[in-house]
Design a protein around this ligand. Structure first.
Ligand code: G3H
Ligand code: ZN
Length: 284
């Protein structure tokens, strides 16, 4: 099965009140772990690739890994640029084989965000590629980008409606109180914003910063209308902890497969538990 646009499964998730997970791919082991979890649970999923990860893996390796995952599993998988910063990066990804792109224009003015997102939607849709936009600013750290929690701002429902109407995005990330990276304390999620926006527009509502969010909050977010949830940090933490354990136990280990296999297994468990919480099991 070739890579698919997010429109192959997000409308059904929205309709069926479950969410499809975006799991960030950072290397081969992430790609394998996410694919194994999806295969065991027959779940659709999205490979999210940030610009930092793209730089690390190289665009050809990235696309080849995702295509191999789709071919091997037969699952509906989207390869999605995560937090894309420009029209040029989005086009480069689409030309290389990405089936979906995010343009994160949240650091621009509202009007500029609309204008820039609209240009990407026009070009991407002409090639059958789905687009995610972003409104409000999500706090925390991802790659080299840090947003102070104090400066993070929530999305405004009226703006989200206008943003959708003017851009025609397929999915919309709205800042509702979650953050990237590891949480200090519990997040305070504004479920009312998700509910208002989901009721007003047909695009899939996206929850970023899905790592470390307690189960009941994830359930409430999905109930309110979130149809895509992003997870990266929890896989990074679980994988790294497994590597640390092996290396701490035996200082003589030098074969990477000896520590990368437990890391990969740990990530399979994380992804399976998220797919189960999101309700996407059996939906491929
Ligand atoms: O875009 C990626 C996700 O929002 C990552 O969130 O740091 O909570 O895993 P996370
Ligand atoms: Zn994010």
């Amino acid at each position: 099965m070739p890579l698919v646009s997010m429109n192959e499964f997000l409308p059904a998730a929205r309709e069926g009140k479950y969410a499809v997970g975006q799991f960030n791919m950072n290397n081969l082991e992430f790609a394998q772990a996410i694919t194994q979890a999806g295969t065991e649970l027959n779940s659709p999923f999205i490979f999210g690739v940030s610009e930092g990860a793209l730089k690390y893996m190289g665009i050809e390796f990235t696309v080849a890994l995702a295509e191999a995952a789709a071919k091997q599993s037969g699952l509906p998988i989207a390869l999605h640029l995560d937090h894309g910063s420009s029209f040029d990066v989005a086009m480069k990804c689409i030309r290389a084989g990405f089936s979906s792109v995010m343009f994160d224009g949240s650091h621009h003015s509202f009007e500029d965000n609309i204008r820039l997102t609209k240009e990407i939607v026009k070009a991407a849709h002409a090639m059958g590629v789905s687009v995610e936009g972003e409104l409000g600013t999500i706090g925390g750290t991802e790659d080299d980008i840090s947003v102070d929690a104090e400066l993070a701002s929530l999305a405004k429902p009226e703006e989200a409606i206008r943003f959708y109407e003017e851009t025609g995005v397929d999915a919309l990330a709205i800042a509702v109180g979650t953050a990237h990276g590891v949480y200090v304390g519990e997040p305070k999620i504004h479920f009312d914003i998700i509910e208002k926006v989901a009721a007003a527009i047909p695009a899939a509502i996206v929850l970023h910063g899905g790592s470390g969010v307690p189960d009941e909050m994830l359930r409430a977010a999905i109930k309110a209308g979130a149809a895509k949830i992003n997870v990266n940090t929890e896989n990074q933490v679980a994988g790294t902890a497994a590597i640390r354990e092996v290396l701490n136990k035996d200082a003589k280990v030098y074969d990477p497969r000896k520590y990368l296999t437990p890391a990969r297994n740990a990530m399979v468990e994380v992804v399976k538990s998220k797919m189960t919480q999101f309700g996407s099991v059996g939906k491929a």
